[in-house]
Write a protein that binds this ligand. Structure first.
Ligand code: JHZ
Length: 384
């Protein structure tokens, strides 16, 4: 499990599952074949903090400001966030004094949100909790989710819940990893237990219609290598932006949902694995040192799929205190604090947190100045 960072003493009991994706030939939604139960993924030990980078903090402050300006303008508006994590978005809404509720079962991270003045309900969002929230607070003008809606296998219950909770002219907005970016950019490390659903505009439109919504907007956003922010509204209540038709046409022209497109993606990913293993093996044979940089959820997929153990990469540095002193799930690379990176600098750094490349490379410019080289592997293995 991508966020199942474990203590060295816990390796004997580690949970494993088969990571495989399939696509539905009726609605074209790509999804995990086996889903790890949600209670095993989001709980009091959840270790991902969404505020962990400058880029994320800026992005979500902008999202909140946009909601305040465009959607939360009527008297006493109400916004609900599904999966509020450490309050990276809701803290701006809370500071503006706007009524809000974060719904998130992961008590570790929501404790931080509460410290920022965010109201939280520690539960999963589904049709039952949505009805309770509606009963207690009235309708929501906005229901938002970022990197959470794609985590929920029981998406039907979520959409039924949103239908109950949303005000007549409210919007359901969610931004999630985009199948188009994953397939085209060969970002295979986005595939892991937390990402149960891999949305495309095509599949989200089918999903919206099935549950009485229109997909009224779909726009690209930059996080995690390129995502899409979808806006759903009750059928017939809002004009549909032309961007939706443009993206649908683009997906159709690219054959994004076609089985042969997905099969070629699988083959290209296999080539990346071979190239990366060859490179790391050659560096080891030459006596060069390689350290991993960042222990994102993605790192579990890459290290396990490519067979990267401590023989090739002795440890990984990550700034998240909750991950330090633990092991990357499955591959068991030890996670150390960022200070270990410069003590001394390795010859090469394998950049697992490639979506934060600019921020990390700026922070670690002494490494490059000292002659250090970065290894990236999406969309191809490269040393720079
Ligand atoms: P990052 C998360 O994925 C988890 P992950 C989640 N499942 C999800 O859906 C996706 O986001 C979309 C570290 N770091 O943001 C911090 C440094 O060490 O790519 C993080 O552990 N130094 C909710 O886990 C990791 O890298 C730094 O300077 O793939 C980045 O994780 C910076 C900037 C980060 O998310």
């Amino acid at each position: 499990m991508a966020n199942g960072f474990l203590l060295p003493s816990e390796t004997a009991d580690e949970f494993h599952f088969r990571l495989a994706v399939g696509s539905c030939d009726r609605c074209s939604l790509v999804q995990l074949v086996d889903e790890v139960p949600a209670e095993m993924r989001y709980h009091g030990e959840y270790r991902y903090h969404a505020s962990g980078s400058d880029g994320h903090r800026r992005h979500f402050a902008d999202v909140a400001t946009q909601f305040l300006e465009d959607e939360l303008t009527e008297r006493d508006p109400f916004l609900v966030e599904i999966g509020c994590n450490d309050g990276v978005m809701l803290s701006t809404i809370a500071r503006a004094g706007v009524r809000h509720l974060g719904v998130d079962p992961a008590t570790t991270v929501t404790r931080v949100a509460r410290e920022k003045g965010v109201s939280v309900r520690n539960t999963f969002f589904d049709e039952t909790s949505a009805a309770e929230i509606h009963e207690e607070n009235g309708p929501a003008d906005v229901v938002f989710g970022a990197n959470t809606i794609s985590h929920i296998g029981g998406i039907g219950s979520v959409l039924r819940g949103v239908r109950t909770l949303l005000s007549p002219d409210g919007v359901f907005v969610f931004e999630e990893p985009y199948l188009g970016t994953i397939v085209e950019g060969l970002a295979f490390d986005q595939i892991y237990d937390e990402h149960v659903l891999y949305f495309s505009v095509t599949s989200v439109q089918v999903m919206a219609e099935l549950f009485g919504f229109d997909l009224v907007d779909a726009r690209r956003t930059p996080l995690h290598g390129g995502q899409i922010r979808y806006t759903l509204a009750r059928r017939g209540t809002r004009a549909v932006r032309s961007r939706v038709a443009d993206l649908l046409a683009e997906e159709h022209a690219r054959g994004l949902s076609r089985p042969d497109t997905l099969a070629s993606f699988g083959q290209a990913v296999g080539r990346i694995r071979d190239d990366l293993r060859t490179l790391l093996g050659d560096l080891r044979a030459e006596g060069r040192t390689v350290v991993g940089y960042g222990a994102p959820g993605k790192c579990a997929t890459v290290t396990n799929y490519c067979g990267i153990g401590t023989d090739l990469v002795p440890f990984v540095c990550d700034s998240t205190p909750a991950k330090q002193g633990r092991l990357v799930p499955g591959s068991h690379l030890p996670v150390r604090p960022p200070e270990a990176f410069a003590d001394p600098f390795p010859d090469h750094a394998l950049l697992f947190a490639w979506n934060h490349a600019e921020e990390i490379m700026r922070r670690e410019r002494d490494f490059t100045r000292a002659g250090g080289r970065w290894i990236t592997y999406v969309p191809e293995v490269r040393v720079s």
